[in-house]
Structure formats: C-alpha cells, structure tokens
Design a protein around this ligand. Structure first.
Ligand code: TYM
Length: 660
C-alpha cells in the first residue's frame, strides 16, 4: 500500500486492493495470437476461439512470447494417438501460420455493443468468446471489438491487433521439454476424453494496432467459417518399419529405394508418405537459417533448393541447438571403392555445413564390415578373405571425407573393425531389441543371407546413441548420454534408422529429450549422367564423375553422356526451350552452382530457348567448368592429407565442446 494512504481505523479490517491484472499484450503478441488461433482452427476444423483460457501473459516475463490452450473436443479432424502424427499436426499449424503471414491477409476490426455483436453473429455465438462463454460480468451495453481474419472472427476486445497478418514471423517454440516430468509447452494432448492443443510461440511483429474500421455489421457480412466447412490436409500415416517389398516399391513395381538399391523413377512425395517421414517446412528452414546466421553461415543451397527435402524430428534438434543442449551429428560411408563420386559428396558437404552452422561434434562411421559382408570374397588361392581390402579403402575414403573441410577438433572418423569394442555394449542391446522377423521385414533378408548381414543393422544403429562415444562425446553437454543425434544422409539409408528409432527407448536413458530417437535430414539422389532414374553408382564409371577424375575425364563424361532435356532441333529448342526436370546438366548445376541468381538466369534462358544458355552445349560447358573447379579444389586439399593425418582424425579422443 502506498505510504501516502492513511492506515485503516482501529478495529476495521485492511481492505484488500484488487490484484492488478496483467498488462494488455503488445500488438505483436495479440496479432500473433489471432494468426495462431486461425491457423489452428484451419488445421483442426475448429471455431478459432474455442479456447479453454485466454492468452497467458507470458510476454510479461518472456518478451514477444505467449501461450494459448485450445480445446480440441470439437475438432472435425480425427485425432491420431501417435506422437509422430502430433508432430505433423504441429508442423501443419506452423505451415498455416507461415501461409497466413506470407499472404499478408487483412485483419478487419469492428466495434459495437455486446448485444449488437451477439445479434450480428447470430447463432452460434460461441465463436466470439474465449471458452465459448461471454466473459464474467459481461453486460449487453459493453463495447466489444471483433477481429476478423481469413473468414474467422474472434472477440478481440483486449487484443490490440495489427491491420494485416504479414509483417512479422511467428514461431512455435517449446515443442520438447527438458524435464521428463514436465510436458512440452507446445503439444497436442490426447488422453482419454481430454483433447487439447497448447501452443507457445515467439513473435517478431512490429506493427501499430489497427483502428476499428467498421461496425459489427460489416464484420458479420464477411463469411465466417463453420466447423465442417474446412477441408483438412491429410496426415502422413505413421508406419512402423514397413516391409521393403511392399513399402519401398511403388504400385507399378518401378521405384525401389533401400540401402542397397535405388531404381526406377523416384517419386519423392510418395516416398515420404511410404517411409512416414516429413517434408521440410519453410519454418524449420527459417529456424535453421537463423541459427546458422549466428555463426556467419547462409542457409545451404541444398536446403534452399529442396535437395534436402525430408526429415524426422528436426524441430527437436533445433530446440536443442537453440537452447545450447548436447547435440552431435552422425553420418557414414560404406567404403566399397577407392574413389568416391559426386553423389557421395552430397551428404558430406551437407554435414560439413551443419557442423559449421551449429558448431557441434560429428562422428563418421566407416562401415568396412558392411561392405565386406555384402561384397567381400574368399580367395581360394590365398586361403583368405579380403576384409583388409575394405579396411584399406576406409583410409582412402577418409581422406576424401577430411578434404570436405570438417573441423578436426570436433570430428571423429572411425572404422567399425577398429572401434567396435567401444560400441559393442550398445550393439548387444540393439541386437537384443530387434527380432529377426523385424530385420527380415525391414531389410528383406533371406535364408541365403549370411548371419553377419542380418546382424549388421544394429551396427549402423549404434552410433545414433551418444553412449557409443563415451570418450569422443565426453564434453557434449553436462549429461553426454542425453545428447541428441542428427543424421544427414540420402533417403536410401532411412530403413536403418526407422528400425533404430523403434527400439531407441530401450537403449537411451529416460531423460533423453527424444527418448533416444535419432533425428534425420534426408536428401534426394544426385542423378546419374544418363538421366534422372535411380542414383549415381560407383560401379558404372561412365554414369558418375569421381573425385579423382581429371579435367579431361569430366569434360568427356559430361559432353558425351549427360542426358539432355534439350529439343531435337535448334528450331524446336528455340520454340519450346529445354525440359529442365530431366536435363542432367541443369540438375547437376542445381546441386553444385552456389550462385542462386546465376542458376536462375541459366534456368530461364535454357528453359525458354533464348539468351546465352539457349542450348544444351552452353549449359554443359558451364557445368564442366564448375565441376572442374570443384574437383580440382577437392583434389588439392586431398593430396596434402598424409597417413599421419588420417591417424589423427581417426584417433579415439575427446572432441571439442559443442557451440564453442
Ligand atoms: P554409402 O557409402 O552407400 O553412401 C554414403 C552416403 O552417400 C549417400 N549417397 C548419395 N547421396 C546423394 N546422391 C547419391 N547418388 C548418393 N549415393 C550415396 C548415402 O545415402 C550415404 O549417406 N551404410 C552406409 C554407410 C553409413 C551411413 C551411416 C550413411 C553408416 N552409417 C549413417 C549415412 C548415415 C553406406 O553404405 O553409405
């Protein structure tokens, strides 16, 4: 009580002054809340204000943030139980938010008496109010402000919303919880009859509040959406380790994608549906880009151009990185040939960028055992297996990997044959968790497969768990075993990690933020020279450009073998332009030409048959010079790598601390 106020007379009780309510939300927060409600309403088929409670005044302690809880019991969407699908629903909400912001849709604000507003909006009146009921002590003559966005109206009396939905960004946050006993702040909760959506978000709007532009009659004349009037986007079904034979071959039996074969015309959208992964969304990429910008990196062209296109649980990795939690990268190579080709370079370039952009440690598994089990031979004459050949290839390939520019202090490259003892306890746990039936269904093992092959998936799974790296990851966060793992790879490797994710909870501690599940980012395949079917193969030398190829090899391969999307005659080419989707030279430039403007100019010129790149030869020339530059630079870095360097990168040692 202020000192100036006299004390109450003796015998009289001190009157409690009412507790002041929280300050009204800033325009940014109020606008973001409206946009988020409308986005959620669209995703779940709700009236936007069927909210359990109003906005939580999180902005008083965390500027720019707030939290909403929406009741989903009237959702017209069938609500799935699987947590993976909840994550997809949250991704959809974020995508709707992004779409509303990008559309810069107008927000109409109208004022009238409560009675007039209720009359204007007719029956049901519930959409007007938080929780479907008018606020306590509401009077018919109160002035209410109705805000209307994209066909939805809410009671915005205490919400100073902006005039448009654009002009800022709204990011869902808090999708994971550090404390295993605490639920995440952003989540879909379906337990028995309880159906709720909690959304916590941070916003960066800078906009003045919109003045009221009309009365409720004008707002009411806008079409207000009803529950069932929305068409809801379907969710990708969550599938458990689908059988290779059914899930990875398309209806016509053309598309085959597994760790050993990539054949046919690949329909990536179908693949994502069949594998049960998710497409990368602009909002996830924005978050990654924001993290990268802090370390002076621009979002990598593979992300900018949709070459890395799919993921599993990337949002949780971003949460970990944003909060400075233990996080490491894991990728690998099966050393089957001395020379790696440009396709193999794709995940390593991505991994190198992720390491620089996030500042985290990396482990690289060299599966000499895998390649021996699949490709090794017993030589009757020598009376010996050729396992050592694959161990030698490991060291040769390690040089190519080192030449990609990783941070030596934070990178551990290991051969399975050498490092197995350290991982063996986890390998045993994984073996024990995967039945032979599961392995056979996921990988198509048959009676004639050797037992090493059936056992191998556990060995590729083991590095997904930080406890397989007690020494290298000793400095990865205060509790290294709780570190999250992000795996960049082409989508052919996904079957290994689907099985890994299914058993992860048995291997990692309960406190792990993802219950041990590794997260993945998947790339499309770098196509072979002969055309966009399948993936580039090391065994067909004229289908690939190798990191050991000379300038002349590169020119010859591109000029003679690169499949052209150009037309048969110059006249037709000038009339129709090239088919860029099937043109290998253009597609390869999408992977390797860094300059977006130049790529765009080439695409426009070649695609229309006009300008400097109107024909195939000019585009191939451009590709040749780009590849020669890339391979030459790679070779010059590789040539100076000594055997002692390889030993140093492969030494079992403590890696540097993440983020430093
Ligand atoms: P391997 O040696 O077959 O391939 C190494 C990596 O290169 C990717 N890749 C391609 N990416 C784009 N376009 C292509 N044409 C192309 N061809 C291959 C692969 O997806 C892979 O990421 N079993 C694995 C080795 C491994 C691994 C891992 C890979 C062990 N642990 C963890 C990724 C993540 C193998 O034989 O990869």
């Amino acid at each position: 009580m202020p000192a100036t106020q006299p004390p109450p007379p003796p015998g009289e009780k001190k009157k409690k002054s009412p507790r002041p309510g929280p300050p009204p939300p800033p325009v940014a927060v109020a606008t973001a809340a409206l946009v988020a409600r409308v986005a959620a309403a669209r995703v779940f088929g709700l009236w936007p204000s069927s909210s359990l409670a109003g906005l939580q005044p999180v902005w008083t302690t965390e500027p720019g943030c707030t939290k909403l809880t929406l009741d989903l019991s009237n959702s017209t969407r069938e609500l799935p139980k699987e947590v993976e699908q909840h994550a997809q629903l949250l991704d959809l909400v974020q995508a709707e938010i992004d779409a509303l912001v990008a559309s810069d849709a107008p927000i109409t604000v109208a004022e009238a008496s409560r009675a007039a507003a209720e009359r204007a909006f007719g029956d049901p009146i519930t959409p007007l109010y938080d929780g479907g009921k008018p606020p306590k002590n509401a009077k018919a003559e109160d002035t209410v402000r109705v805000a209307s966005l994209a066909g939805f109206a809410v009671d915005a009396t205490a919400l100073p919303v902006a005039a448009n939905a654009g002009g800022g960004s709204i990011q869902l946050i808090g999708r994971t919880s550090d404390n295993p006993k605490k639920k995440p702040e952003t989540m879909v909760l379906i337990v028995g009859k309880k159906k709720q959506l909690s959304l916590k978000f941070a916003t960066s709007y800078e906009a003045p509040a919109a003045p009221a532009t009309g009365d409720v009659q004008s707002a009411a004349s806008m079409s207000i959406k009803a529950h069932g009037a929305l068409s809801l986007k379907p969710l990708v079904a969550f599938t458990k380790a689908p059988k290779a034979s059914e899930a990875e071959t398309d209806d016509e039996g053309e598309m085959v994608v597994d760790p050993w074969a990539v054949e046919g015309k690949i329909d990536y959208t179908k693949l994502v549906e069949k594998f049960g992964s998710q497409l990368l969304t602009p909002s996830l990429l924005d978050r990654l880009g924001a993290l990268a910008a802090k370390r002076g990196q621009k979002l990598h062209r593979f992300f900018r151009r949709g070459i890395f296109f799919s993921h599993r649980d990337l949002a949780k990795i971003l949460d970990a990185a944003e909060q400075g939690k233990g996080l490491y990268l894991y990728t690998g190579r099966g050393p089957s040939s001395a020379a790696m080709h440009l396709g193999h370079l794709v995940p390593f370039l991505m991994t190198q960028w992720l390491q620089a952009a996030l500042g985290v440690p990396l482990v690289v598994q060299m599966t000499d055992d895998e390649k021996f089990l699949w490709k090794g031979e017993y030589n009757e004459k020598d009376g010996a297996y050729d396992l050592d050949r694959f161990r030698a290839l490991t060291r040769e390939n390690a040089k190519d990997i080192i030449a990609c520019g990783f941070d030596r202090d934070k990178t551990f490259i290991f051969s399975d044959c050498d490092y197995m003892g350290h991982m063996y306890p986890n390998v045993c746990r994984i073996w024990k968790s995967i039945t032979y039936n599961t392995a056979r269904a996921a990988f198509g093992f048959e009676g004639s497969s050797n037992v090493g092959q059936s056992a191998f998936p556990a060995i590729q799974a083991a590095p997904s768990f930080p406890s397989s790296f007690r020494i290298p990851l000793a400095r990865c966060g205060p509790r290294p075993d709780d570190s999250c793992c992000l795996i960049p790879c082409a989508i052919d490797q996904d079957p290994y990690f689907r099985v890994t994710r299914d058993v992860a909870h048995k291997i990692a501690p309960k406190s792990h933020p993802l219950r041990g599940k590794p997260s993945l980012v998947h790339s499309k395949f770098f196509p072979p020279l002969q055309g966009a079917l399948g993936k580039m193969s090391a065994s067909s030398t004229d289908s690939a450009v190798f990191l050991t190829d000379s300038d002349e090899d590169i020119r010859r391969k591109v000029m003679t073998h690169a499949f052209s999307g150009g037309r048969d005659t110059a006249k037709l080419q000038k009339e129709l332009g090239a088919d860029l989707d099937v043109d290998v030279a253009y597609q390869w430039l999408r992977f390797f030409l860094e300059d977006d403007d130049e790529l765009d100019a080439i695409g426009k010129s070649y695609g229309s048959g006009t300008g400097p790149y109107w024909n195939t030869a000019a585009v191939k020339e451009r590709l040749v010079s780009e590849l020669q530059k890339l391979v030459r630079a790679h070779r010059s870095r590789r040539d100076v790598i000594t055997e002692a360097d390889v030993d140093a990168w492969m030494a079992v040692r403590e890696l540097g601390t993440p983020y430093l």
